[in-house]
Design a protein around this ligand. Structure first.
Ligand code: Z5A
Length: 208
C-alpha cells in the first residue's frame, strides 16, 4: 500500500517513560495541526485487545509457553498493521505506536531466548513491509523503571520477570540500535521529562 504518512514507534523497558512522552509529543503535534493516530501494543484492534487480555491480564495464562507468547504478539500485530496502520499511513497520518516489532525481537528473542532467526522470520511475516520510519528507545536502568511502574493494581503476567530478564531486554535494545543507527535512536530515560521531550521533538522534526 502506498504511504504518505509517517510511522514512529516508541520502545524501551518497563516504566521507561514511553507513554508519558507519547502524550507530550502528540499534544505538540496536534497543536501544530498534524493528524496523529496513537496505538498501543499488544492491542489496538478488537482482535488485538482480546489477545492483549490473554497475554497480559488473564490469570489462566500463567503457564503460557514462550513460543505461544511470540505467536500471539505477532498475531495481534499482523491484524493491527493491515486493519489500522497501513490505511492510516496511506491517508497521510502520523502513526505513533507504543511498542512494535522491536519489542518482539528483544522481549521474546533476547529476554525469552527464543531462536533469533525464528523470531525474525515470524516478526517479518507479521508486519510485511510496514517498517517504522523512526524508532525512539528510551533507555533506563530496569531497577529505576520497575520502581516507577510499581503499585499498579491490574495483574500483568508480562511484568513478573526477573531482573536478569529486564537487563537482557535493555542490552537487546542497545544492540538493535547499534545494528540500525539510522532508524533507531536511543534517549537517556534518566533525564527530566522536559529534556527527553525536547530531544524527541528534535528527532521527530527531522523525520517529519
Ligand atoms: N511485550 C512483549 O514481550 N513483546 C511484544 O512484542 C510487545 C510487548 C509488543 C507491555 O506492557 C508488555 O508486553 C511489556 C513488554 C511486553 N512487558 N513487560 N514487562 P504495557 O504496554 O502494559 O507496559 P509497558 O509498555 O512496559 O509500559 P509501562 O510500564 O506502562 O511504561 P512506560 O509507558 O514506558 O512508562 P510511563 O507510564 O510513561 O511512566 C511510568 C512512570 O514513570 C509514570 O509514573 C511517569 O510519570 C514516570 N516517569 C516517566 N518518565 C519519567 C522521567 N523522565 N523521570 C521521572 N519519572 C518519569
Amino acid at each position: 500500500m502506498a504511504r504518505s504518512g509517517k510511522f514512529i514507534t516508541f520502545e524501551g523497558g518497563e516504566g521507561c517513560g514511553k507513554t508519558t512522552q507519547i502524550e507530550r509529543v502528540v499534544t505538540r503535534l496536534r497543536a501544530d495541526g498534524r493528524t496523529v493516530l496513537i496505538l498501543r501494543e499488544p492491542g489496538g484492534t478488537s482482535v488485538g485487545e482480546q489477545i492483549r487480555h490473554v497475554l497480559q491480564h488473564s490469570q489462566q495464562s500463567i503457564g503460557m509457553l514462550p513460543e505461544a507468547e511470540l505467536l500471539l504478539f505477532c498475531a495481534s500485530r499482523a491484524q493491527l498493521v493491515r486493519e489500522i496502520i497501513q490505511p492510516a499511513l496511506a491517508e497521510g497520518k502520523i502513526v505513533i505506536a507504543d511498542r512494535f516489532f522491536d519489542s518482539t525481537t528483544v522481549y521474546q528473542g533476547v529476554g525469552r531466548k527464543l531462536n533469533p532467526p525464528a523470531v525474525q522470520f515470524i516478526n517479518e511475516f507479521a508486519i510485511g513491509d510496514c517498517r517504522p520510519d523512526l524508532t525512539l528507545v528510551i533507555d533506563l536502568d530496569p531497577r529505576v523503571g520497575l520502581e516507577r511502574a510499581r503499585g499498579r493494581e491490574l495483574f500483568d503476567r508480562m511484568e513478573n520477570q526477573s531482573l536478569d530478564f529486564y537487563d537482557r531486554v535493555r542490552q537487546g535494545y542497545l544492540a538493535l540500535a547499534w545494528q540500525e543507527p539510522a532508524r533507531i535512536k536511543i534517549l537517556d530515560g534518566s533525564q527530566s521529562l522536559a529534556a527527553i521531550e525536547q530531544q524527541i521533538w528534535e528527532l521527530l522534526r527531522h523525520v517529519l
